[in-house]
Design a protein around this ligand. Structure first.
Ligand code: PLP
Length: 396
């Protein structure tokens, strides 16, 4: 029978980050040497004490369903961590936490629960590709709010207000940012949260890269918000603890929202894997043995950034945003403003001629740019930076 996609997914785009990785894999399968800086995944293994805790949990029978919203000790640990930074009025309870299959599901749960047909959601742009699609899957409209490249593409109150209409229902925030690596300062974050509270907008704050910040700690929304009755904080273990494959993310939200998201999740995935929840519990509660490994991973990301940044900045053809967190460089490439998809053309040239896979900025709604992940071996990141500069300078 011929397949015609339903109206639900007719507009859905394939994830561009995955498409590039697939092309790189295909070239590798043909025997080509490719440096793959496309994926947004730490290149480290999960810290050993977490693995040991997970094995123990299996031996002790962590093989059955749990509560849809996750095991109580994990939700308590998440609430405790949230309360350590929240100075506002309503303390966070375990019932405000919903654990899901990665922060991706947490974000999807929040979008579908809060937004619907006719609603507009402000999405600072460039942003991680899935926000636009998730808002659309909720049948709401993602409104791109382009940030100022000179400020790492960060948005401010004035830019958000310019795009607001009576239909605006919410706002996506992501600091440190994928793809730019920009980090909002506490006062910048506070001003945006104040605006959202005044306007009655929901704020979904994706803080998955919060612990990967190099020059100063990255504030989360709970660090600066005086209240949280319009706030959904999203986090997870994937990036900072190198646990992408475990699929554990969570939301901290007002209790009514948590209840609605739990109901939604009860009809889609139920709980995320039981053993993975025990692994996440270990990540959050084992303390120094795990925290020291996380610090070492962040230090290694920083060393790669510091090694590759001056190489990229020496190019006469690239504009480089110095990243303050996450593990991405965002670069404006030759042809910007002249060629319709300058980033896509650059990525293609770089992959086919220089054997380096990166992601076109069109995936993040800024087609003049490209994203380079430095979640890879330092020597490879340095070599890739040299090839990127050589390719860009030759094209300029
Ligand atoms: C900004 C951002 N949010 C969320 C996610 C999803 O992470 P998880 O593995 O927890 O679903 C990613 C993964 O690339 C991301 O870059």
């Amino acid at each position: 029978m011929p397949f015609r996609p339903s109206a639900n997914i007719a507009e859905l785009r394939e994830s561009a980050t995955i498409a590039v990785s697939q092309r790189a894999k295909a070239l590798k399968a043909q025997g080509r040497e490719v440096i793959d800086l496309g994926a947004g995944e730490p290149d480290f293994g999960t810290p050993a004490p977490i693995l040991e805790a997970a094995k123990r949990a299996l031996d002790e029978g962590a093989t059955r369903y749990t509560a849809v919203e996750g095991i109580l000790p994990l939700r308590q640990a998440i609430a405790t961590q949230g309360n350590a930074s929240f100075r506002g009025t309503e303390a966070i309870a375990a019932t405000d936490v919903v654990v899901s299959c990665g922060s991706k599901q947490s974000l999807y749960n929040a979008c579908v629960t809060l937004f619907g047909p006719g609603d507009e959601v402000l999405v600072p742009t460039p942003s991680w590709t899935s926000y636009y699609e998730m808002v659309q899957l909720a049948r709401a409209t993602a409104v791109e709010v382009h940030g100022d490249p000179a400020r790492g593409f960060k948005v401010d109150v004035e830019r958000l207000e310019r795009h607001a209409t009576p239909r605006t229902r919410g706002l996506m925030l992501n600091s440190p940012s994928n793809p730019t690596g920009a980090v909002y300062a506490p006062e910048e974050l506070r001003a945006i949260l104040d605006l959202a509270a005044t306007r009655g907008w929901w704020v979904i704050s994706d803080e998955i890269y919060q612990r990967i910040a190099y020059d100063a700690p990255a504030p989360g929304a709970l660090d600066v918000a005086p209240r949280r009755d319009n706030l959904i904080v999203v986090n997870g273990v994937a990036k900072a603890w190198a646990m992408t494959g475990w699929r554990v993310g969570w939301t901290i939200s007002p209790p009514a929202v948590a209840k609605a998201m739990t109901a939604l999740q009860s009809h889609t995935t139920s709980n995320t894997a039981t053993v993975a929840q025990y692994a996440a519990l270990a990540a959050l509660t084992l303390g120094e043995p795990v925290d020291a490994t996380v610090r070492a991973m962040v230090a290694e990301f920083k060393a790669r950034r510091d090694a590759a940044l001056p190489i990229l900045q020496a190019s006469r053809a690239l504009t480089v945003l110095p990243p303050e967190g996450a593990f991405y460089f965002y670069l404006k490439v030759p042809g910007a403003g002249r060629v319709p998809d300058a980033g896509g053309a650059f990525c293609q040239e770089l992959l086919e001629k220089a054997g380096v896979a990166i992601v076109p900025g069109s995936a993040f709604r800024t087609p003049d740019w490209v994203r380079v992940s430095y979640a890879a071996d330092k020597a490879q990141v340095i070599e890739a930076a040299r090839r990127i500069v050589a390719t860009a300078d030759a094209m300029a």
